[in-house]
Design a protein around this ligand. Structure first.
Ligand code: DAH
Length: 347
């Protein structure tokens, strides 16, 4: 037995010396001290040891057992230290990081265009106004001469807010479908003459396609004064299209129905691709509809506390994303909110 113990000691001391990694040492430890390990097996043999040898074998066994444990622990420490030293010797070369070209940030193409639009109208004395994104049916529809049940509401289907925790009647609050909700807010807050612009987010319950998004921007102007007429509308439309799409773009007004204007107009811009000849983009018409507009309906002026027999006004709404599609040749409106850096960097 004594010889067997010494043999085990010799064998495992060598193995510990040879070990190169902590993983190897863990293996040796298990072989020795695991449940079915060599040390346990040996202790099972004790009862067979003759009585007279036991006083010698017991202490020898314990001594060798703790000796091997210590050897393993010492070797572990050595390996760890060698690892730290290697890390110390490794130098990080920070000079290499300067070779990575920093990416330049830029404005989103629609933001860029919107800044241009705001600049253009600031020059004419228009100021920016903002109205709630979550608004009431009243401001989004009723005060704009679109009563409940009016078929025109189908044009602006939207998302309603769950009001059960709010002080509001069910169905009263909605995500505004257009910046036109700002019209009566403006009139109730300011006295004419009024020159206001709103450029902001709107929401619709839409069937999405290349030209329709559920979340979209609109640009709206509200101009109210004595003697404002359709002539101002024609002038501002052309000023806008020329300023954004190029000096050779004309504007034309075409009769169109919107409940909050009388008369109402679709505002077309000369097609920037064919310059009026007719092409695929404009469907052969030579013109593209870019905005909705008109003379503010007398009822809407009254709802805003303005006397329609003294003042008149024009209002006008356009989708900057649609204009950005034309200006930058982007075929799908959904790309603007896709986060696709390739598109943003190419513009
Ligand atoms: N709000 C309309 C829409 O979202 C656009 C519009 C039409 C705005 C006529 C106006 C207007 O100010 O006068 O489709």
């Amino acid at each position: 037995m004594e010889e067997k113990i010494s043999q085990i000691q010799k064998e495992y001391l060598e193995e510990i010396q040879k070990a190169q990694s902590l993983k190897e040492l863990d293996g040796i430890f298990l072989e020795l001290f695991g449940k079915n390990g060599v040390v346990n097996k040996l202790s099972e043999e004790f009862p067979k040891v003759p009585k007279e040898e036991r006083p010698k074998i017991g202490p020898l066994f314990n001594q060798i057992k703790s000796g091997l444990e210590k050897e393993i622990e010492d070797k572990r420490e050595k390996i760890r230290e060698a690892g730290y030293q290697k890390l110390d010797e490794e130098k990080l070369d920070f000079s290499k990081s300067t070779q990575i070209k920093p990416r330049k940030g830029r404005l989103h193409p629609v933001t860029k265009l919107e800044k241009e639009i705001v600049n253009l109208f600031t020059k004419l004395g228009f100021s920016q106004f903002s109205a709630p994104h979550i608004d009431s049916e009243e401001y989004n529809f009723e005060l704009l001469n679109i009563p409940k049940g009016h078929p025109a509401r189908d044009l602006w289907d939207t998302l309603y807010i769950d009001t059960h925790n709010l002080k509001a009647t069910p169905g009263e609050l909605l995500l505004r479908t257009h910046t036109s909700n700002a019209q009566v807010w403006i009139m109730r807050e300011l006295k004419p003459p009024v020159r206001m612009m709103i450029i902001d987010r709107c929401f619709r319950y839409e069937n999405l396609d290349a030209r329709h998004e559920h979340t979209l921007d609109q640009f709206e102007i509200v101009y109210i004064d004595k003697g404002v007429s359709m002539a101002n509308l024609q002038y501002l439309s052309e000023y806008f299209f020329k300023g954004i799409l190029g000096a050779d773009i004309k504007a034309r007004l075409r009769p169109k129905y919107y409940p909050f204007v009388e008369p109402g107009a679709g505002v077309d811009g000369l097609c920037i691709f064919c310059k009026g000849k007719g092409c695929k983009v404009c469907g052969g018409m030579g013109w593209l509809e870019l905005a909705g507009a008109g003379m503010i309906h007398p009822k809407v002026l009254e709802n805003g506390g303005i006397d329609p027999s003294v003042y008149s006004g024009i209002a006008w709404g356009v989708g900057p994303e649609r204009m950005a599609m034309l200006k930058y040749g982007v075929e799908d409106i959904r790309l603007f909110k896709s986060g696709d850096l390739k598109l943003y960097e190419s513009i």
